[in-house]
Design a protein around this ligand. Sequence first.
Ligand code: NDP
Ligand code: PYC
Length: 345
Amino acid sequence: MTDPITLPVATLQSRVEAIFRKAGLNAVQAGAVAAVIVAGERDACKSHGLFRIEGTLRTVRTGKVDPQATPRLIDGPGAGIVRVDAASGFANPAFDLGLPDLVARARDLGLAAMVITDCTHFSALWAEVEAVTAQSLACMAMCPSYATVAPAGGTTALLGTNPFAFGWPRAGGDPYVFDFATSVAARGEIELYRRAGKRLPEGWALDADGAPTTDPAAALAGAMLPFGGHKGSAISTMIELLAGVMIGDLTSQAALDHLGTTTLAPKHGELILAFAPDRFAAGRPDDPQSGAEALFAAILGQGARLPSQRRFAARAQSLAQGISLTAEEAALLDRFEAQGLAALD
Ligand code: NDP
Ligand code: PYC
């Protein structure tokens, strides 16, 4: 029986990267995918942390993602659009490739977009948003998923859990970042409830007959619900339009049809927008940074917390003391290190 362990972030990165290299990912895919999974674990975002290794490897083994892909920049259709072809690989290395151009164009034009196509995407979006806010730019990121969410008032899965993230840069501190599924909860969260043998809260899901359920297994076989009723349903539909239809890539329904299962990571596209606040405020008397700080202070002044505060606190602790893994997580790492893809059997 493996004991619980605590590892420095860099050690966990090396171990997860080695697992992906052993499973056949090239250096650029393994490095970027390991980085986003380790960042999830570091920031106590369990639904997109080490838990994702298995699904990622399963997706590799079925040949639904190209572990040897080399993403490439494509000549954009306009100065404000940076287009990256993920070449059937993961979204994360494609994002890393396009980031310098996105930043340069947003600074130059005030607003720029990165369009990633033909990518497998399983990760949290805050990592990408934070890479942009670190360059003193505001950012929005969104992508479809696969059809697992019924539209408000509907009964059958059609929309994805479609994550939506926003970041605002703050001088000398952590950015303001929110990042959420447009379903009541991320699908990874439902799977964690199932594994823990716990019932779901009311209002999260429908079973395969379209009736409300609190059974996670029935929810996974049926449909999740959008957050905020018709409002979340509309935002999720917007993401299907902007980050699916508009960029010429798959909607969540098409992604599910392509994959044929929800047990693997979905393939579709992603849209990232970067804004230079100073360019938008040019000629106006007020400085956007001061206005933003006044707003954040007013929120905090009421005793509310900012989104990502929990995550940044977890990150600070992980960086100072290492990432603590349960005995089960430590055993999973050992198994994948020793057996590679065969550990899936
Ligand atoms: P949560 O509901 O856990 O959190 C959503 C956001 O709200 C976070 O920024 C969180 O900050 C913030 N928040 C939570 N509670 C409060 C509070 N009381 N006051 C202020 N802010 C708060 O996220 P989800 O479960 O919806 O999504 C989890 C992750 O799943 C996301 O990172 C998302 O990108 C990812 N995902 C990815 C998909 C994909 O296809 N790639 C699909 C769906 C989801 P904090 O973290 O600090 O708690
Ligand atoms: O947690 O909903 C989710 C999810 C779907 C694809 C990747 N994450």
